[in-house]
Design a protein around this ligand. Sequence first.
Ligand code: GAL
Length: 403
Amino acid sequence: MKSWKVALLPALANTRLTVALDNGVGLKPHMGWSSWNVAQCNAASASYALATADKFISLGLKDLGYEYINIDDCWSTKSRDSSGRLVPDPAKWPNGIKAVTDRIHSMGLKFGLYGCAGDKTCAGYPGNEGHERGDVDQLVSWGVDFWKYDNCYTPCRQNPRPQTCTSPAGSTKTWYAPMRDAILGVQNTKKLHFNLCNWGRDEVWTWGASYGHSWRMSVDNWGDWASVERIGSAAAGIYQYSAPGGFNDLDMLYLGSSKLNTNQEKLHFGLWAITKSPLVLGLDLEKISNSTLDIIRNKGLIDINQDSLGKAATTFRPPGAPAPVNGKIYPYWAGPLSDGVVVGLCAGTSAGTYSVNFKDVPGLGGSGSYEWREMYTGQTGKGTSASFNIGLHDMRVIKVMKV
Ligand code: GAL
């Protein structure tokens, strides 16, 4: 009996049922803001963090569920202190990190920091390799809630290790495990959200849930339409790996940068929402336009993203529809919700009339009558189908419920 248990456990450890970091965190895709796409290293400061927290309140974002203020690369000094500890850059954190997390917590928000599994971060700051437990203890002492963990300068067959290794010396799992274990080690004191940023290597979606609460499934969103196409289309094939406690992370929302027009911003936000990606704003909230603000404050879409079922939408092919094209955004998406089904219609390659018969939608099927509401226009309807004129690169998202 004993040997049976021993033999079975390692196998179970790799299934979606056993979440190693099952600490009650990350049951829904996380929502927040990250400094990286705002001004890279220059935005990794107390002043950006606190100004953003104020904006979360004044713009009503906190009430909509935006919660995490995450500081990315470049928050520390370039070397550790004589005791091997990380040192917050005093020019960026004049009162230290804890003063900032205390303030952010007092506002009902959470605070995140960034580390790296290699010996340096991507921007060349100290990495966490070999310092995992000590560094996590530091995070806990500062009250940090969220930890993004990057993949630069990790073990590599190239010598010296390059920033981005093209010939890794092993699986990324090997260098993400020590940090996962360090986080497990402080579980009784602090429940950290562990965000794996290995850029989708080693099919992270197949094991990410045993290591963390969310995992980047691609290289960066560079903020252009090509990135939305590349990442959004790839999400369709890995939808089944997202569930409460562990979600595919499609990378930060790159709205408000002027690289996308309003239609493209709507499709970007809508697709990230229905595929249950974390919704992490990568923009300067001091400079946001009203049209971008309307998109990120769309309560209907946020409610779909945060639905308790935590199941991601994927593509479906109605009769007569063309086959999906690799790297292009397919028009028809659907996914289950706790109280209905979400259908996404994307004009990813051409403007036109997009229609859906509810009998063709997975999860609706069969006969019956339905009610629906569209999230961007507020349009509602009843019946067995819905149809929309959609401009190039725009999207419509309907929630459909049986009546
Ligand atoms: C990349 C990561 C980005 C950002 C950047 C910081 O590897 O994908 O999201 O964190 O490093 O240097």
